[in-house]
Ligand binder design. Sequence first.
Ligand SMILES: Nc1ncnc2c1ncn2[C@@H]1O[C@H](COP(=O)(O)OP(=O)(O)OP(=O)(O)O)[C@@H](O)[C@H]1O
Ligand SMILES: [Mg+2]
Length: 338
Amino acid sequence: MADSETLNPISIGLDDGYAFTKVAIPDGRLIAIPSRARIGRSNVTWLNGSEQRVFEYETDDTLFAVGEVDGEPTHFDGYPFSGLNRAIVQHALHEAGLAGQSVHAVSGLPVSSFYLKDGDQRLDLIERKRASLKQAVQPIDGRLPAAIAFHEVIPEALAAWYDHIISEANGGVQLEAERLGVPVAVIDIGGRTTDFVVVADQAVRHDSSGSLRCGLLDLKRQVASAIRAKFDLEELSDRATDDAVRSGSVRLFGKTHDVAELVQHARRELIQRLHAETQRQLGRGAELERILFVGGGAVALAEDIRDWFPNQTIAPHPAFANARGMLKYLRYVCQEPT
Ligand SMILES: Nc1ncnc2c1ncn2[C@@H]1O[C@H](COP(=O)(O)OP(=O)(O)OP(=O)(O)O)[C@@H](O)[C@H]1O
Ligand SMILES: [Mg+2]
């Protein structure tokens, strides 16, 4: 038996999104790494004393470099079932200090990948995701792998609802009865998708639930292409794009250039799309007790979404709401093997 199987397994919530991979651990730690990797070796030689920032993993006979690489985009449909995803998740587990551990995990799929419109589960997709992350991934520098021995999949935004209704305080766990009984909408603004889920009478309302393929990565893509066009560039690195979105300026040819207007324009376009779709899904939300915003987008767009509904709130540390909810689901709701 491998070492990892002789240790007590550790339970985690694993929100392996298109932009960031977030891990929640029972000791309360929350870890996030960018979902960024590429196929093949990193072609970087670390000079003595400098810190290693790219890590290599092998899965299914393919080698991946994870970390500070200009990555293959994760935003392709097969990403949740890919070796790229497994390598990034393995790296997140290492960053969380789980090397050599056996892991029990709950992860997610966007609402529209999890359910058909009539509410039936898409069992084939769910099973593909479940099986994919249980495949072995080997770090190639001698570190011990973390092995996912048990893995369940739930709809992403629904995970944030579990986070909302289950609270842990002073070492105890409690069901928030008054939150459980009332209709709530969760809006998860992510990198590639914005997920909607409405829960009433402890059931998902499928008419008002679903996913819009739109998120913060679209904003980045648009900003990158506008900067490339403006300065006649063939490439712009992920890092320069991130800086431009954050600061409204970009460093090119040794000078700082103001691109705030172009970033504003892309942001306004994204907000308009998100707002229109939110209203289409939820109307004015009059009969919802609460509309809960989660996901990294709820932080990045906090100013722009602040007055969409009178009955809205932003979850605490919204980017981690799904990961926290997945861990709570694993520990208190689903049948985890002992
Ligand atoms: N703490 C933060 N502050 C500001 N912006 C953030 C923060 N965390 C995340 N973001 C932004 O929010 C975006 C979405 O992050 P999130 O982690 O929700 O995406 P994801 O879950 O990986 O995507 P998806 O749900 O589509 O798979 C990121 O691209 C990033 O730009
Ligand atoms: Mg997400």
